[in-house]
Design a protein around this ligand. Structure first.
Ligand code: 5RP
Length: 226
């Protein structure tokens, strides 16, 4: 599976042009992309800078010598490159296994072009087949949000740390509810519905924004556009 992620990351390099401001997603596939990007920038002397979506992607980009810039300091993000946990035929997504979905959504939705890196098992007929929809919530409000999820007929778990006792705290200082609604018939409606619950910062449903998915295979890549 690692090779498939690497193939997706390598193929997406063709999207990058000199002078671009890049949105830098989070996760292992994006990490492969960043490594290839740094090599290409060195070889071709490209002037690039990146808006990171997490502490993880900021650290990695810094290690690789990719110049970072804050979202508030740029007028435009030319191209965002990010990973996903599920994608469907409409190129709608579930993201947030790594807990970075809020900053990812801000940067991805702000970008002029959004490129998603994936691999075969992430391609689903209907979102909700395999992974929960993570929702970042204010610590103050998590139980109230959870009650709203109950009302909507969903199930939820407060995400627990693995190398820490107690809940996962996001880069923004919030908590995560991993929610399940079964197969999601209308991802856009659910994204909007979740967004209006008081105390919700944002969900891992990403609808209507992806331009292209590079889905890595054993020996290459499937390129899927709208
Ligand atoms: C982090 C994300 C990641 O992009 C997503 O989980 C994919 O990760 P990976 O490339 O490691 O499979 O949404 O919040």
């Amino acid at each position: 599976m690692t090779q498939n992620k690497e193939n997706a990351a390598s193929a997406a390099l063709e999207e990058v042009r000199d002078g671009m401001v890049l949105g830098i997603g989070t996760g292992s596939t994006t990490a492969f992309f960043l490594e290839r990007l740094a090599e290409r920038a060195r070889d071709e002397n490209l002037e690039l800078c990146g808006v990171p979506t997490s502490i993880q992607s900021a650290h990695l980009a810094t290690q690789l010598g990719i110049r970072l810039v804050a979202l508030n300091e740029v007028d435009v993000v030319d191209l965002a490159v990010d990973g996903c946990d599920e994608f469907d035929a409409n190129l709608d997504l579930i993201k947030g296994r790594g807990g970075a979905m809020v900053r990812e959504k801000v940067v991805d939705y702000a970008a002029k072009r959004l490129v998603i890196l994936a691999d075969g098992p992430k391609r689903v007929k209907q979102l909700g087949e395999q992974v929960p929809v993570p929702i970042e919530v204010l610590p103050f409000a998590w139980a109230a949000v959870a009650r709203e999820i109950d009302e909507l007929g969903g199930q939820w778990d407060l995400r627990e740390g693995t190398a820490k006792d107690g809940p996962v705290v996001t880069d923004n200082g919030n908590l995560i509810l991993d929610t399940r609604f079964g197969l999601i018939d209308d991802p856009e409606a659910l994204e909007r519905r979740l967004a209006i619950i008081p105390g919700v910062i944002g969900s891992g449903l990403f609808t209507g924004h992806v331009d292209i998915v590079y889905c890595g295979t054993n020996d290459g890549v499937d390129v899927i556009t709208r």
